[in-house]
Design a protein around this ligand. Structure first.
Ligand code: ZN
Ligand code: ZN
Length: 228
Protein backbone atom coordinates (compact mmCIF):
# COMPACT_ATOMS: atom_id res chain seq x y z
CA UNK A 1 0.00 0.00 0.00
CA UNK A 2 1.68 3.25 -1.09
CA UNK A 3 2.14 5.97 1.53
CA UNK A 4 -0.18 8.95 1.09
CA UNK A 5 1.31 12.07 -0.50
CA UNK A 6 -0.12 15.55 -0.90
CA UNK A 7 -1.27 16.45 -4.42
CA UNK A 8 1.39 18.10 -6.58
CA UNK A 9 1.05 21.89 -6.80
CA UNK A 10 1.06 21.58 -10.61
CA UNK A 11 0.36 18.61 -12.82
CA UNK A 12 -0.55 17.98 -16.47
CA UNK A 13 -3.59 16.66 -18.24
CA UNK A 14 -2.83 13.36 -19.95
CA UNK A 15 -2.83 13.56 -23.76
CA UNK A 16 -5.00 11.24 -25.84
CA UNK A 17 -3.49 7.73 -26.01
CA UNK A 18 -0.56 8.78 -23.81
CA UNK A 19 1.37 6.08 -21.93
CA UNK A 20 2.36 6.20 -18.26
CA UNK A 21 6.09 6.66 -19.02
CA UNK A 22 5.23 9.39 -21.54
CA UNK A 23 3.09 11.25 -19.00
CA UNK A 24 5.82 10.96 -16.35
CA UNK A 25 8.45 12.29 -18.77
CA UNK A 26 6.36 15.35 -19.64
CA UNK A 27 5.64 15.97 -15.97
CA UNK A 28 9.32 15.71 -15.00
CA UNK A 29 10.04 18.28 -17.68
CA UNK A 30 7.33 20.58 -16.40
CA UNK A 31 8.38 20.29 -12.74
CA UNK A 32 12.14 20.17 -13.42
CA UNK A 33 12.57 16.90 -11.52
CA UNK A 34 14.34 13.69 -12.48
CA UNK A 35 12.04 10.72 -13.25
CA UNK A 36 13.28 9.09 -10.04
CA UNK A 37 12.33 12.12 -7.94
CA UNK A 38 8.93 12.32 -9.60
CA UNK A 39 8.29 8.56 -9.24
CA UNK A 40 8.89 8.87 -5.52
CA UNK A 41 6.61 11.90 -5.29
CA UNK A 42 3.74 10.18 -7.15
CA UNK A 43 4.06 7.00 -5.01
CA UNK A 44 5.28 4.68 -7.76
CA UNK A 45 8.36 3.80 -5.69
CA UNK A 46 8.80 3.79 -1.90
CA UNK A 47 10.04 7.11 -0.47
CA UNK A 48 12.94 5.59 1.49
CA UNK A 49 14.69 3.42 -1.12
CA UNK A 50 17.24 5.38 -3.22
CA UNK A 51 17.82 2.42 -5.57
CA UNK A 52 14.19 1.49 -6.27
CA UNK A 53 13.09 1.40 -9.89
CA UNK A 54 9.64 2.05 -11.26
CA UNK A 55 8.42 -1.41 -12.20
CA UNK A 56 7.74 -2.00 -15.88
CA UNK A 57 4.60 -3.82 -14.73
CA UNK A 58 2.95 -0.41 -14.24
CA UNK A 59 2.95 -0.10 -18.01
CA UNK A 60 0.30 -2.84 -18.02
CA UNK A 61 -1.77 -1.68 -15.08
CA UNK A 62 -1.74 -0.11 -11.62
CA UNK A 63 -3.58 -1.98 -8.91
CA UNK A 64 -6.35 -0.04 -7.25
CA UNK A 65 -4.64 1.34 -4.10
CA UNK A 66 -1.69 2.54 -6.19
CA UNK A 67 -3.93 3.81 -8.97
CA UNK A 68 -5.98 5.91 -6.56
CA UNK A 69 -2.91 7.30 -4.79
CA UNK A 70 -1.26 8.15 -8.12
CA UNK A 71 -4.44 9.81 -9.42
CA UNK A 72 -4.79 11.92 -6.30
CA UNK A 73 -1.19 13.15 -6.32
CA UNK A 74 -1.29 13.97 -10.04
CA UNK A 75 -4.73 15.59 -9.79
CA UNK A 76 -6.53 13.39 -12.27
CA UNK A 77 -9.51 11.04 -12.15
CA UNK A 78 -8.63 7.37 -11.45
CA UNK A 79 -10.16 6.47 -14.84
CA UNK A 80 -7.70 8.84 -16.55
CA UNK A 81 -4.80 7.30 -14.64
CA UNK A 82 -5.99 3.83 -15.67
CA UNK A 83 -6.11 5.04 -19.29
CA UNK A 84 -2.33 5.68 -19.13
CA UNK A 85 -1.79 1.91 -18.86
CA UNK A 86 -2.42 -0.87 -21.36
CA UNK A 87 -5.07 -2.53 -19.18
CA UNK A 88 -8.05 -1.03 -21.10
CA UNK A 89 -6.85 -2.91 -24.22
CA UNK A 90 -7.05 -6.29 -22.46
CA UNK A 91 -10.48 -7.23 -23.80
CA UNK A 92 -9.38 -6.58 -27.38
CA UNK A 93 -5.78 -7.83 -27.27
CA UNK A 94 -5.44 -11.43 -26.06
CA UNK A 95 -1.69 -11.23 -25.43
CA UNK A 96 -2.31 -8.46 -22.94
CA UNK A 97 -5.13 -10.35 -21.23
CA UNK A 98 -2.79 -13.31 -20.83
CA UNK A 99 -0.11 -11.07 -19.32
CA UNK A 100 -2.62 -9.71 -16.81
CA UNK A 101 -4.99 -12.42 -15.80
CA UNK A 102 -4.55 -15.80 -14.26
CA UNK A 103 -7.81 -17.73 -14.55
CA UNK A 104 -9.90 -17.30 -11.44
CA UNK A 105 -7.91 -14.41 -9.97
CA UNK A 106 -8.15 -10.65 -10.14
CA UNK A 107 -6.18 -8.98 -12.95
CA UNK A 108 -2.60 -8.20 -12.09
CA UNK A 109 0.60 -8.12 -14.11
CA UNK A 110 2.11 -11.58 -14.05
CA UNK A 111 4.24 -12.01 -17.13
CA UNK A 112 6.34 -9.32 -18.75
CA UNK A 113 8.03 -11.51 -21.33
CA UNK A 114 5.15 -11.69 -23.81
CA UNK A 115 6.56 -11.33 -27.33
CA UNK A 116 3.47 -9.33 -28.35
CA UNK A 117 4.15 -6.65 -25.75
CA UNK A 118 7.15 -4.35 -26.05
CA UNK A 119 7.73 -3.75 -22.37
CA UNK A 120 11.46 -3.10 -22.63
CA UNK A 121 11.31 -0.49 -25.40
CA UNK A 122 8.87 1.59 -27.39
CA UNK A 123 8.33 2.27 -31.04
CA UNK A 124 7.68 5.92 -31.86
CA UNK A 125 6.41 8.43 -34.39
CA UNK A 126 8.71 11.48 -34.54
CA UNK A 127 5.83 13.77 -35.54
CA UNK A 128 3.69 12.68 -32.56
CA UNK A 129 6.65 13.29 -30.20
CA UNK A 130 7.14 16.74 -31.70
CA UNK A 131 3.63 17.69 -30.55
CA UNK A 132 0.62 19.17 -32.28
CA UNK A 133 1.63 22.83 -32.07
CA UNK A 134 -0.46 23.67 -28.97
CA UNK A 135 1.41 25.72 -26.33
CA UNK A 136 1.55 22.86 -23.81
CA UNK A 137 2.94 20.41 -26.39
CA UNK A 138 5.37 23.01 -27.73
CA UNK A 139 6.72 23.32 -24.20
CA UNK A 140 6.80 19.67 -23.08
CA UNK A 141 6.48 17.63 -26.27
CA UNK A 142 3.79 15.32 -27.57
CA UNK A 143 2.74 11.90 -26.27
CA UNK A 144 4.69 8.66 -26.11
CA UNK A 145 1.66 6.55 -27.00
CA UNK A 146 0.52 3.39 -25.25
CA UNK A 147 -0.23 1.49 -28.44
CA UNK A 148 3.39 1.85 -29.58
CA UNK A 149 4.08 -0.90 -26.99
CA UNK A 150 1.82 -3.38 -28.78
CA UNK A 151 3.93 -5.41 -31.19
CA UNK A 152 1.16 -5.39 -33.81
CA UNK A 153 1.15 -1.58 -34.09
CA UNK A 154 3.71 -0.48 -36.67
CA UNK A 155 2.33 2.74 -38.19
CA UNK A 156 1.01 6.13 -37.08
CA UNK A 157 -2.28 6.78 -38.85
CA UNK A 158 -2.31 10.43 -37.70
CA UNK A 159 0.85 11.12 -39.70
CA UNK A 160 0.73 8.26 -42.23
CA UNK A 161 4.19 7.05 -41.37
CA UNK A 162 5.77 3.82 -40.22
CA UNK A 163 6.84 3.86 -36.58
CA UNK A 164 10.58 3.88 -35.80
CA UNK A 165 12.14 1.46 -33.34
CA UNK A 166 15.71 2.61 -32.93
CA UNK A 167 17.31 5.89 -32.02
CA UNK A 168 19.25 7.07 -35.11
CA UNK A 169 22.28 7.98 -32.96
CA UNK A 170 22.85 5.09 -30.53
CA UNK A 171 21.06 2.49 -32.69
CA UNK A 172 19.36 1.01 -29.61
CA UNK A 173 15.60 0.54 -29.32
CA UNK A 174 13.98 3.69 -27.97
CA UNK A 175 13.45 3.88 -24.18
CA UNK A 176 15.29 0.58 -23.71
CA UNK A 177 17.99 1.91 -21.39
CA UNK A 178 20.60 -0.78 -21.58
CA UNK A 179 20.57 -4.49 -22.18
CA UNK A 180 20.87 -6.89 -19.25
CA UNK A 181 19.50 -4.67 -16.48
CA UNK A 182 16.14 -5.31 -14.79
CA UNK A 183 13.14 -3.99 -16.67
CA UNK A 184 12.41 -0.42 -15.73
CA UNK A 185 9.62 1.85 -16.86
CA UNK A 186 11.94 4.82 -17.27
CA UNK A 187 15.57 4.41 -18.32
CA UNK A 188 18.16 6.90 -17.01
CA UNK A 189 15.79 7.76 -14.18
CA UNK A 190 18.37 9.94 -12.46
CA UNK A 191 19.36 11.96 -15.53
CA UNK A 192 18.24 15.57 -15.04
CA UNK A 193 16.86 17.98 -17.61
CA UNK A 194 16.19 15.71 -20.56
CA UNK A 195 13.37 16.71 -22.88
CA UNK A 196 10.68 13.99 -23.09
CA UNK A 197 11.59 13.41 -26.76
CA UNK A 198 15.31 12.89 -26.03
CA UNK A 199 16.77 9.39 -26.22
CA UNK A 200 17.37 8.02 -22.70
CA UNK A 201 19.61 5.09 -23.62
CA UNK A 202 23.05 4.74 -22.06
CA UNK A 203 25.99 4.95 -24.45
CA UNK A 204 28.41 2.10 -23.93
CA UNK A 205 32.10 2.05 -24.67
CA UNK A 206 33.18 5.46 -23.47
CA UNK A 207 33.92 4.10 -19.98
CA UNK A 208 31.83 6.80 -18.38
CA UNK A 209 28.09 6.79 -18.07
CA UNK A 210 26.63 9.05 -20.67
CA UNK A 211 23.05 9.29 -21.88
CA UNK A 212 22.56 9.43 -25.66
CA UNK A 213 20.24 12.47 -25.56
CA UNK A 214 19.45 12.48 -29.28
CA UNK A 215 16.14 14.22 -30.09
CA UNK A 216 13.78 11.59 -31.48
CA UNK A 217 11.19 14.13 -32.58
CA UNK A 218 13.45 15.58 -35.27
CA UNK A 219 13.87 12.48 -37.43
CA UNK A 220 13.79 12.83 -41.20
CA UNK A 221 10.50 11.81 -42.82
CA UNK A 222 10.53 8.15 -43.85
CA UNK A 223 11.18 7.61 -47.59
CA UNK A 224 7.80 5.93 -47.97
CA UNK A 225 4.69 5.70 -45.85
CA UNK A 226 1.92 3.14 -45.52
CA UNK A 227 -0.66 3.03 -48.32
CA UNK A 228 -4.34 3.12 -47.40
ZN1 ZN B 1 2.33 10.30 -35.39
ZN1 ZN C 1 19.97 7.18 -28.62
Amino acid sequence: MPAAQAPLPRSLEPLPEESLPGFLLRLTHRLDLTPHQLARRVTLIPPDDPHARVSAAHLLMMQSARLNAFAEVTRMAPADADALTLRPYADRYPALARALVRPGSIPRPRRLSQPWLLVNHSRYCPACLAGDGTPIQNRHGGPWKRQWRLAVVFACLDHWTFLRSECPRCRLPALSGRTGGPLALLPAANAPRLHPAQCRNWLDGSGKREVCGHRLDGAEPAPCGPHP
